[in-house]
Design a protein around this ligand. Structure first.
Ligand SMILES: [Zn+2]
Length: 414
């Protein structure tokens, strides 16, 4: 019994009506709308031979018991950013449900391995600035100390909001019990970038999530009067930062999939009549290869020192955050590529720039792969986020095939 892409599209359309308005999707985690969406999702389980529960971190688990307790996990997230898109996260959950339904039918209600579907809690971190909340609790990488103190813009604590949703911040680590018997994890997601559209491809196997080096960089020069200070006598901190903003381009372009971004620049005193004495900027660098990431970091650092010297300035660096690259499982990547080729005629593999729940699952040592479907114009986290209907249909079909192949893989690897 094949998965029915039309049912997934009908559910996605229904969700637009339930948790969307003229400004886009509205189901930010831990809000009444999110809870309404989750309650609606449970109604879709009627008639399926499944059980469901919420774990200690607020993740929703739906389990189709199989002949073996070893579990294939399918997952994504029903929460979104404010004014978000209609596919981000939702596609993965609803295609996962359809895949589960098809697998139940194929195997007379009892597949050879257990199949589980998870709706991760608060993937986006839109309200409290803490992304991958539920999946990191599952993976055992969550930090309760930091989470206990988090507040939203109105000053409401995360702890209070979690309690309203039936989650105790002290106990989120207990979500790790869900790792028991996990044999593989699959996630379908929109690309959220322009690569597949530019290549004219519908789907791709994802090789992993890129590592990130994120730094605050401050150039120190000399504040001076804009009228009285000759051009040759300036120590302009912004000039050095501007050179760096352009200087990171060739550093990134030496590597196929690497990206480097100066995303924020603040000048001091920041007035029209003064040469900039201090300039604070940020640098975000990403690649799937830890060696490339390390090389780009030292190249950017050396470049910043050169530009600072050219402008009579000094420079200091502070690491804001970093995460290592998280490669997915090579055999599952190959199976995903196979499923993509069977459905679309072309195989392609690519890394993910954004982090996803799948990265946390892979960090926990569970064999993982993601499948991407083309995004139109590469736009996401916005009401214009969209994908072609025929690509979404192909995605559901290919994802179901990937699940079938992975079940076989689990059986032959046990
Ligand atoms: Zn997402």
């Amino acid at each position: 019994m094949p998965a029915d892409p039309q049912r997934v599209l009908a559910h996605l359309d229904a969700l637009r009506g339930i948790a969307g308005d003229g400004n886009g999707a509205q189901s930010v985690a831990w809000t009444p709308k999110w809870q309404e969406v989750r309650a609606w999702f449970l109604t879709l389980l009627d008639g399926l031979p499944v059980e469901h529960h919420m774990d200690a971190a607020g993740n929703r688990w739906v389990t189709l018991p199989g002949a073996s307790p070893r579990a294939l996990i399918l997952g994504s997230h029903l929460d979104c950013v404010p004014n978000g898109g209609w596919l981000d996260g939702r596609l993965g959950v609803l295609a996962g449900l359809e895949t589960m339904r098809a697998l139940a039918e194929e195997h007379g209600g009892v597949p050879p391995v257990t199949v589980r579907l998870v709706d991760w809690a608060d993937e986006e971190g839109a309200r409290f600035g803490r992304s991958l909340f539920g999946s990191s609790a599952f993976a055992g990488t969550a930090t309760i100390e930091a989470d206990r103190k988090r507040r939203d813009q109105e000053g409401v604590t995360l702890e209070k909001v979690l309690a309203e949703c039936g989650v105790s911040v002290e106990k989120i680590g207990e979500a790790a019990v869900e790792r028991k018997n996990a044999a593989a994890y699959l996630e379908l997601h929109i690309e959220q970038g322009p690569v597949l559209e530019r290549m004219g491809l519908a789907l791709a196997a994802v090789t992993g999530t890129k590592g990130v080096e994120r730094h605050a960089i401050t150039f120190h020069g000399q504040e001076a009067h804009s009228g009285s200070t000759p051009m040759g006598a300036r120590r302009d901190a912004l000039a050095a930062a501007a050179k760096l903003a352009l200087g990171i381009r060739p550093i990134a372009l030496r590597h196929e999939d690497a990206v480097c971004t100066v995303g924020s620049v603040k000048t001091f005193p920041g007035i029209v009549t003064a040469v900039v004495g201090r300039c604070e900027c940020t640098l975000d660098q990403r690649d799937l290869d830890a060696g490339v990431l390390a090389e780009m970091y030292s190249a950017a650092r050396a470049a910043s020192e050169r530009f600072a010297a050219e402008e009579g300035c000094t420079v200091e660096w502070t690491r804001i955050w970093s995460i290592e690259p998280i490669p997915f499982h090579p055999e599952l990547i190959a199976l995903c590529e196979e499923a993509v080729r069977e459905v679309t005629g072309t195989a392609h593999r690519m890394p993910s720039g954004p982090l996803h729940d799948a990265a946390e699952v892979a960090r926990a040592g569970i064999p993982t792969v993601m499948m991407f479907v083309q995004s139109l114009q590469g736009i996401s986290h916005n009401k214009i986020e969209d994908s072609r209907r025929e690509h979404l249909e192909q995605a559901v079909t290919a994802f179901h095939r990937l699940a079938q192949k992975t079940i076989h893989w689990i059986q032959t690897n046990s």
